[in-house]
Design a protein around this ligand. Sequence first.
Ligand code: DX5
Ligand code: ZN
Length: 227
Amino acid sequence: MRKIILAPSLLGANPLTLADDIDRLKNNYDWLHLDIMDGHFVRNLSFGPEFSRALRKRYPDSFIDAHLMTDNLETVLPLFMDSASLITVHAETETHLLHATLSAIKNAGIKTGIALCPPTPLSVVENVFELADLVLVMSVTPGFGGQKFIESSLEKVRELVSIREVKKYNYTIEIDGGINESNIIRAVLSGCDAIVMGSAIFREADPASWLSGVREKIKEAMDFGTR
Ligand code: DX5
Ligand code: ZN
């Protein structure tokens, strides 16, 4: 059976008690999703390289899933190469340089990801899929947590599943934005392998047991699907 990766988005945590918020997850997560915003590619600012390094130091075995919502990749990318486990760049930024960008990430021994904003069709990046370990489908406009899920994103997920099958690619399909208890099962059954959640997790009084409940529901739905 497919393993579903749950990736809490630290943007949804309380910035003043962030380490406590991570500890409250009691290791009941697979990846830590880290949103990097530059106030230019998106209309917000968030975590920087020092934060990412501090995370690596405090949680040395964690898988840091860095989601770069920035321009100026030549400057920004190297800043995260000593701490991130996977670096995702957007299809809409420096599109013409994507082969070189993804190759640079790969050559640094880091896993590669390509993210697409809701209006961007897969055709824009289809010929760089061979360089991608992960394709991230944004299911909200990037920049802020707590937004409403854009339903048509699941169509893009299904397309990714069929392209992967036909072309024998290996990418993991990740979804990010507006995921909660009401749509997570649909996301999994549409083909998402990795699920990012910010507000849905961190608003819980006991996020660790909430995550256990979610895992249980995912398992039931997948068992039912294979029956
Ligand atoms: C939005 C970020 C997301 C955000 C998701 O630009 O990429 O990772 O934290 O937050 P929720 O799950 O609250 O939509
Ligand atoms: Zn993100």
